[in-house]
Write a protein that binds this ligand. Structure first.
Ligand SMILES: *Cc1c(COP(=O)(O)O)cnc(C)c1O
Length: 387
């Protein structure tokens, strides 16, 4: 059966060059513990240092500012909790947006249970946070702002540099979840004005279970979650995932080398896909921003159709898509992102996200469209199952 993968925002296949590089660190002499004082330790330590340099270079950071983690979720947890711990004497107010990934939302909720005050920035109907609104809710007690650079569910690009400027002017720490942005649009720590930035490998053709947290030099931040050894300059205990980190660094390197060209190619595919779906007269509306969106990201709501059924029918015909977030797949609740954008539940229940990547071509879009019409028409003919 012909299969098309349209779910690159959930995860990506490991790039063959990444797998090859990782393979070298899963065999032979490259098994050492980077903390060991012998030859094997040296090999691992040297590889780790090179990987750190590659990741740092890609985002305009210094190697010492990179902490390797188990992925985007851990990075976001470390960022939010570490900033809160180190600055709780200055204030107890934290600002984020209503459309963040759960890694940030749930970290902030955990702070709330500890007595922090949390403000949530609303978004407009395109999922865009308003930087001016951010300025209005900041108080003397605000110690942290956490905003994503690109939304995973609807692809909207946020005005992070503007918010970074606000944060800087007031001496407030700024964390950016750049997991979806990395490899698709420029992510430069100085341009964004960030103090903390979260990255993940598996969204950019790297392995799962590895990522990084950027911590700007001099940032008041406290290790708060995982205690033990003095790895990562005592910012993240535990023997480093050497093969994973090597693979992550190679994936970053490849993503940077191809960023401009691949993003241009994907944005043409995206525009073709969006245009065709909207023109097909299937009762679909675009979600997210019409222009300020990730180059590989198309997302829609199909009125009166249940995502769950739509995804099942597409999957049976070889098309792997999602309703918006892999993390909430199977949940009966409409997405918090679509709700925050003011999309009525009857539409939000019919969310479809198509995120393209390296493997996708124009022919994939043509095939998808040929499948979509009969599927939608069939589901429309069924009574709506509001379960
Ligand atoms: C995938 C994702 C994460 C979580 O990263 P993991 O490495 O899967 O833990 C965080 N934020 C955003 C925006 C994401 O898309």
């Amino acid at each position: 059966m012909r299969r098309i993968y349209f779910d690159h925002s959930a995860t990506t296949p490991v790039h063959p060059a990444v797998a090859e590089e990782m393979g070298r660190f899963l065999s032979g002499d490259n098994f050492g513990n980077p903390s060991s004082a012998h030859y094997y330790g040296f090999l691992a330590r040297r590889a780790l240092a090179e990987a750190r340099e590659k990741v740092a270079r890609a985002i305009g950071a210094a190697p010492a500012e990179i902490v390797f983690t188990s992925g985007g979720t851990e990075s976001a947890n470390l960022a939010v909790h570490g900033a809160a711990r180190a600055n709780s004497r200055r204030g107890n107010h934290v600002l984020t947006s209503a459309v963040e990934h759960h890694a940030v939302l749930d970290s902030v909720q955990a702070l709330k249970r500890e007595g922090f005050a949390v403000a949530m920035l609303p978004v407009d109907r395109f999922g865009l946070v308003d930087a001016a609104a951010a300025a209005a809710v900041l108080t003397e007690k605000t110690i942290l702002i956490s905003i994503m650079q690109a939304n995973n569910e609807v692809g909207t690009l946020m005005p992070v540099a503007e918010i970074g400027k606000l944060a800087r002017e007031r001496g407030i720490l700024f964390h950016v979840d750049a997991v979806q942005a990395l490899g698709k649009i420029p992510v430069q720590v100085d341009d964004l004005g960030v103090d903390l930035l979260s990255l993940s490998a598996h969204k950019i053709y790297g392995p799962k279970g590895v990522g990084a947290l950027y911590i700007r030099k001099g940032t008041p931040w406290k290790q708060s979650l995982c205690h033990g050894g003095s790895q990562e300059k005592s910012r993240r205990a535990g023997t480093e995932n050497v093969p994973g980190i090597i693979g992550f660094a190679r994936a970053v390197e490849l993503a940077m080398a191809g960023l401009v060209e691949e993003s241009r190619r994907l944005s043409l595919l995206r525009d073709k896909l969006i245009g065709a779906v909207l023109n097909a007269d299937l009762g679909a509306t675009l979600t997210g921003h019409p222009r300020e969106r990730l180059p590989n990201h198309a997302s829609f709501c199909f009125k009166g159709i249940e995502s769950r059924l739509l995804l099942r029918e597409l999957d049976r015909r070889g098309i792997a898509a999602s309703s918006g977030s892999a993390c909430t797949a199977g949940s009966q609740e409409p997405s918090h992102v679509l709700v925050a954008m003011g999309i009525p539940p009857i539409e939000a229940y019919g969310a479809l996200r198509l995120t393209m990547g390296r493997s996708n071509t124009e022919e994939d879009i043509d095939f998808f469209l040929s499948v979509l019409r009969p599927v939608v028409e069939r589901l429309r003919s069924l009574p709506f199952q509001d379960v």
